[in-house]
Design a protein around this ligand. Structure first.
Ligand code: KIV
Ligand code: ZN
Length: 498
């Protein structure tokens, strides 16, 4: 049976430290509850001494969470620890994480002190924190660049002082995975009492190796990984929770597994991305928009024959929509035929697939990405007959400081319907008008706008994800009118479930 790996999520602390990703207390509570549902063992809720707002967030997250341990971060001083104790007063299960820089960079330049003083402060603070909580985690900041012999000395000392979890961070993401794994092994082999504590690894992504580093730590005895949803975090980020969990799920030979309910990974990723206003890169492993999209003809043909030819994870296992075949100039006839069939266009009789394919390739070469409406048009069909919802008229007006007004006329399953709505801006007003006509039981999950060539006359590409009946639907729209592109993307998603 696989050994258990504890997942320590620091999205609300290290993740929130990343530039532009700040969260309100209410947003942190929402994310904490989602992390609990996901099965995270420990939630690092914040750094109470950093600001009154962060103190308050730790208090409120402590009240909201009951299954996961709530952890508060401190520096190695009594004032920070006192504040953490106070902030954690309502937590059902609590932990304090205290620590100090242990590399010569930190000792000489940040603190201007000696190894002896660092050791003394570390022991004092661990013992002090232990008076208030059972679980004290000690972090050796910049352990990745700390001399192994000194690291072993300080780890042994804080274990004696009461730390039951030892965090070995590669704070600057500098180590090579093998080197970092060897560091964990060195501690296992050279520290008295190490087998009675949990070794944690906390790795940063400065060289794009945060997940590889954490895995190397696990392979050498670490049994807790500190990570964040979408890999957000200071500078280039931290180990991504979804990556380390799925690596262990896919590679049972490592012999270690987590308690993460992976079917909630995508929804948690979307929530964090939305609340942090931080779009997930399209090619992000596991949770990116393209993680299960196939665009080259060879790959598409393989996936149509058997999904596993090009997919090592079943998208359903991580809560993603089924595999997508994206139509681009690299796509083949198999994918085009599959899309035509999905749109209800009969490919067996009157339709000349070769002819459509030739037109499609010409268009794809110039447009890069093809919408369903394009496919319908080049196959000689009437968009209004093939798609349940099409736009007949759309007008918007907006004035600085006065919001916006939209008028929308749609053809819905052959019937003309119209509505007006006001909103915060032209996109909001248009979507509100749309919802008046098609129903409002759907919510926008992701909204990404990209320009193609960067000129002011450019085509805007809009990607949207709409949640309806617990299923995610992707929509795409493209136009030089960005409001129309947004409305079209929403309608593209709606057309898949209406
Ligand atoms: O990267 C780091 O070293 C940290 C510690 C505070 C755990 O975030
Ligand atoms: Zn960190």
């Amino acid at each position: 049976m696989a050994e258990y790996l504890y997942i320590f999520d620091t999205t609300l602390r290290d993740g929130e430290q990343s530039a532009g990703c700040q969260l309100s207390t209410v947003e942190k509570i929402r994310i904490a509850k989602a992390l609990e549902k996901l099965g995270v063992d420990v939630i690092e809720a914040g750094f109470p001494a950093s600001s009154p707002g962060d103190f308050n967030s730790v208090v409120e997250v402590s009240k909201a969470v009951s299954e996961s341990v709530v952890c508060a971060l401190t520096r190695c001083n009594k004032d920070d620890i006192d504040l953490a104790v106070k902030a954690l007063q309502f937590a059902k299960k609590k932990r304090i994480q205290t620590g100090i820089g242990t590399s010569d960079y930190h000792i000489n330049y940040k603190f201007g002190t000696t190894r002896e003083n660092i050791l003394k402060t570390a022991v004092e603070c661990t013992a002090y924190a232990k008076q208030f909580v059972d679980e004290v985690e000690f972090y050796c900041e910049d352990a990745g660049r700390t001399d192994n012999a000194f690291l072993a000395q300080i780890v042994e000392a804080v274990i004696k002082a009461g730390a039951s979890i030892i965090n070995i961070p590669d704070t600057t993401g500098y180590c090579l995975p093998e080197e970092f794994g060897a560091k964990i092994k060195y501690l296992k082999d050279n520290v008295k009492g190490i087998d009675n504590v949990l070794i944690s690894v906390h790795c940063h992504n400065d060289l794009g190796m945060a997940t590889a580093l954490a895995l190397a730590g696990v392979e050498n005895g670490a049994r807790q990984v500190e990570c964040t949803i979408n890999g957000v975090g200071e500078r280039a980020g931290n180990t991504a929770l979804e990556e380390i969990c799925m690596i262990l799920r896919c590679h049972s030979e490592v012999g270690v597994d987590t308690g993460i309910r992976t079917k909630y990974l995508v929804e948690t990723s979307r929530l964090v991305s939305n609340l942090m206003n931080n779009p997930v890169q399209a090619n992000k492993a596991i949770v990116g928009r393209n993680a299960f999209s196939h665009s080259s003809g060879i790959h598409q043909d393989g996936v149509i024959k058997n999904r596993e030819t090009y997919e090592i994870i079943n998208p359903k296992d991580v809560g993603a929509d089924k595999s997508q075949l994206v139509l681009t100039a690299r796509s083949g006839r198999a994918a085009l035929k599959s899309r035509l069939r999905k749109l209800g266009i009969d490919v067996s009789n009157d339709i000349n697939v070769d002819g459509i394919y030739a037109k499609f390739i010409r268009l794809a070469d110039s447009n890069r990405e093809i919408t369903d409406n394009d496919i319908i048009a080049i196959s000689g069909q009437d968009v209004k007959k093939v798609r349940p919802v099409t736009i007949l008229r759309h007008n918007v007006s907006s004035a600085l400081g006065e919001g916006a007004k939209a008028y929308l006329k749609l053809l819905i399953k052959g019937e003309e319907k119209e509505a007006e709505a006001t909103g915060n801006g032209p996109v909001d007003a248009s979507i509100k008008a749309l919802k008046k006509l098609v129903g409002d039981k759907m919510t926008l999950q992701e909204f990404t706008i990209q320009s193609m060539n960067r000129g002011s006359d450019d085509i805007g590409k809009v990607y949207m994800q709409v949640l309806y009946n617990n299923n995610l639907y992707y929509g795409f729209g493209a136009s030089s009118d960005i409001v129309l592109a947004s409305l079209s993307a929403y309608i593209d998603a709606v057309n898949q479930f209406i």
